[in-house]
Write a protein that binds this ligand. Structure first.
Ligand code: RP5
Length: 158
């Protein structure tokens, strides 16, 4: 069942956004990935976001670069949690970061680091994990594996 909607402003965002898709796939969580722009296809954006709940979607991830309005517009159209991924381009992603993180009061967007689509997926999984002990268990495994990796690196003196 599809639980996460991954939306990106352009197909040029896919090399970054596919990391979110890969993470969700690793965790066995269904997702749909769409290219929908807040600027270029606003009607499609409205239609997609306002019908997301009916398709079983619980969390939305929006990735965009430059004047990155996409996650904010998505959040304005639904009560679902929206996670924004700023994508780097001409200004190293600072333009997108500020556009996504500086949401005014009332329409929150959870923003991850520039190009960090994997973290957007992990945050989506944590949100889904609130009501799903299996996801929580897998997240714990993932966290402990990461800790073990860091310890191994320390041991090797790298
Ligand atoms: C944004 O403009 C997209 O999210 C993309 O990051 C950026 C450039 O889009 P393209 O010109 O590559 O289609 O809306």
């Amino acid at each position: 069942m599809v639980k996460v909607g991954i939306v990106m402003g352009s197909d040029s965002d896919w090399p970054i956004m596919k990391k979110a898709a890969a993470m969700l796939k690793d965790f066995g969580i269904g997702y749909e990935a769409k290219v929908i722009s807040a600027h270029r296809t606003p009607d499609l954006c409205t239609e997609y976001v306002t019908t997301a709940v009916d398709r079983g979607i619980k969390v939305l991830i929006g990735g965009a670069g430059m004047a990155a309005h996409l996650p904010g517009v998505m959040a304005s159209l639904t009560p679902l949690p929206v996670i924004g991924v700023p994508i780097s381009s001409k200004l190293d992603g600072m333009d997108a970061l500020l556009a996504i993180v500086q949401m005014p009061k009332g329409i929150p967007v959870a923003t991850v680091a520039i190009d960090n689509a994997a973290n957007a997926a992990l945050l989506a999984l944590r949100i889904l994990g609130i009501e799903d002990p299996d996801i929580r268990a897998k997240l714990e495994e993932y966290r402990l594996a990461d800790e073990a990796r860091i310890k191994a690196i320390k041991l090797e003196g790298i």
